[in-house]
Design a protein around this ligand. Structure first.
Ligand code: ATP
Length: 207
């Protein structure tokens, strides 16, 4: 799905060769400051390489139309932003922006349940905790059924039991819907249990 060739980015990343297979879960682990987030940003061209190439489906990400690229590849940051006032609006906003038909309320509620988010559609997003906002962002992205999700520590604000349930549901959903999931995680357990592939980024290199 993605491949990196001789990539250099400032003194942050130096990667000779790396491939992310389609429709699989790839976990990225490694110490703080090693370059994990920067690597995700390179994949959807939020930052550009100084040298080398990042290819998505065989074409340099810099040559993709940015809108088309982001229609296929979504990144969820560690502290996801919200765009609207209520949980329900938040789950619908991506459909409205792209002119797609909004799913029925039942589907929205089912996805919230899968992501362990026990809130009403009318709940104000300002009242959500950091962990609840993470789960809302996951639900919002999964509903949109994109090809690729880039997840930067999607469960960093969750307790261990909730984290396990959320990642399990996420992995099931990804596998059933042929979504390529690329996930930075602090948890070696999660990487071992759910990653089809795992690699470590340390001091800007794949080790
Ligand atoms: N645009 C940039 N220019 C220069 N340095 C940068 C840039 N972006 C990030 N860095 C630096 O690159 C290093 C790696 O940052 P990055 O956020 O990728 O690490 P990380 O592995 O995701 O860390 P954490 O686990 O703490 O989130 C940091 O030292 C950061 O300050």
């Amino acid at each position: 799905m993605f491949s990196l060739e001789n990539v250099k980015f400032k003194d942050v990343l130096d990667i000779k060769e790396l491939k992310f297979p389609a429709d699989e879960i790839t976990c990225i682990v490694g110490p703080s400051g090693g370059g994990k987030t920067t690597l995700l940003k390179l994949l959807n061209n939020l930052v550009s390489v100084d040298e080398g190439q990042v290819l998505y489906r065989g074409q340099d990400v810099e040559k993709w139309d940015p809108i088309e690229l982001r229609q296929e590849v979504i990144m969820i940051s560690q502290q996801p932003v919200t765009f609207t006032e209520t949980v329900g609006q938040e789950l619908q906003v991506g459909f409205e922006m792209t002119g797609r038909q909004v799913p029925k309320e039942e589907k929205l509620k089912q996805m919230m349940q899968q992501m362990q988010l026990d809130k009403k559609l009318s709940t104000s997003v300002d009242l959500l905790s950091g962990g609840e906002k993470q789960r809302l962002a996951l639900a919002r992205s999964l509903l949109l059924n994109r090809e690729v999700l880039l997840l930067d520590e999607p469960s960093s604000a969750l307790d261990q039991a909730t984290e396990e349930k959320v990642i399990q549901q996420l992995a099931n959903y990804g596998h059933h819907n042929d979504i390529t999931l690329i996930m930075v995680t602090h948890s070696l357990n999660i990487a071992q249990n759910y990653g089809d592939n795992t690699f470590e980024v340390k001091e800007g290199k794949i080790v």
